[in-house]
Write a protein that binds this ligand. Structure first.
Ligand code: 13P
Ligand code: SF4
Length: 322
């Protein structure tokens, strides 16, 4: 497959009037497939998934699945992680172009050059990176376990954290460890600003502000709670506040609504004035494309074996931490 050309799903081959959810369920059984979905997926995809979770939970599910086929409704690095863990399984993704600004802006060759400045450092890489970057890393982390992963490394080791500088800064604050930060960021979370959110908080004094650690430090400081998508969901479920301002991708609101239907959920606005904060990559996936990937078993994730083996080591090190 030519990865430089845009992925063009054969949408016209889908018969008119097809009951897509029913067909997806039928194909899933026929293929012995499991559908894994991230919290940022469209609600109709989340509702069809066998498991919906954050990056850590989804990689744990991928590591233990007995299915023959993994249909990964998330972005490319997530499906690629599933393939690293399951070389003999077929891993498909509804849209091959579902990338991630963090992963895409940290190509492995560039990262290898950048790392030459820090030859005596251990490398902690956020799971939002390519297999090539994983292969250059000591250990992988997600936003759920980054503190635990960093704390697991000997205190006398010098550390590099990549590719998200905001998560890295947040982890430095939580652990008290100094780290060299790769200057990457997420285009969705970068749009939230403390100024706009402080004004929104003033309008909704009853609401708690909750934020993903990919947000800028000024937003994290203002927030009542900072955590991964799963942690934010858990917080909304357990905390008795009647309203929440949610500073992460708005797809998570679907599960929040299911668990706290009576709570007011206010998606944090981007500073540009737009009131929605949607990840353009996550939203490339659709029910039609999920149907096609289960029907045709493509687009499929392929990985060169030597790269897979190198990328597996730091990933297994993370998974071993629980
Ligand atoms: P989580 O691991 O918190 O689900 O985050 C994934 C992600 O891409 C956040 O933008
Ligand atoms: Fe990547 Fe940001 Fe989209 Fe998450 S929200 S997948 S970090 S671009």
């Amino acid at each position: 497959m030519d990865l430089t050309a845009p992925y063009l799903p054969d949408l016209e081959s889908i018969p008119a009037g097809l009951d897509l959810p029913a067909e997806i369920r039928r194909l899933k059984a026929e293929r012995k497939a499991v559908i894994l979905g991230h919290y940022y997926q469209e609600p109709e995809i989340q509702d069809l998934a066998d498991f919906v979770g954050d990056s850590l939970q989804l990689s744990q599910q991928a590591a233990k699945t007995a299915a023959d086929v993994i249909a990964f409704c998330g972005v490319h690095f997530m499906a690629e992680t599933a393939k690293i863990l399951n070389p003999t399984k077929t891993v498909v993704i509804p849209d091959m172009d579902a990338g991630c600004s963090l992963a895409d802006r940290c190509p492995a060759d560039h990262f290898a050059e950048w790392l030459k400045q820090y030859p005596d450092h251990d490398v902690v890489s956020y799971i939002n990176c390519s297999a090539g970057v994983k292969a250059l890393s000591t250990v992988i982390c997600t936003s759920s376990n980054a503190e635990r992963v960093v704390n697991s490394l000997p205190k006398d080791r010098k550390l590099v954290f990549a590719p998200d500088r905001h998560l890295g800064k947040w982890v430095m604050k939580q652990t008290g460890r100094d780290m060299v930060l790769f200057p990457g960021f997420c285009i969705v979370h970068e749009q939230f600003t403390a100024k706009r959110l402080a004004a929104l908080k003033a309008q909704h004094p009853e609401a708690k502000l909750i934020a993903h650690p990919e947000c800028d430090a000024t937003v994290s400081q203002l927030a009542d709670f900072v955590g991964s998508t799963a942690a934010l969901l858990n917080y909304v479920e357990k905390d008795r506040a009647k309203a929440f301002i949610v500073a992460t991708e708005a797809g998570i609101l679907h599960q929040m609504r299911l668990r706290r239907p009576e709570a007011e959920l206010i998606p944090a606005p981007a500073d540009s004035g737009c009131n929605c904060s949607l990840c353009p990559y996550m939203k490339l996936n659709s029910l039609e494309k999920l149907y096609l990937c289960l029907r045709d078993l493509k687009p499929e994730i392929h990985l060169e074996e030597s790269l897979r083996v190198q990328a597996l080591k730091p990933l297994e090190r993370m998974l071993a931490l629980g």
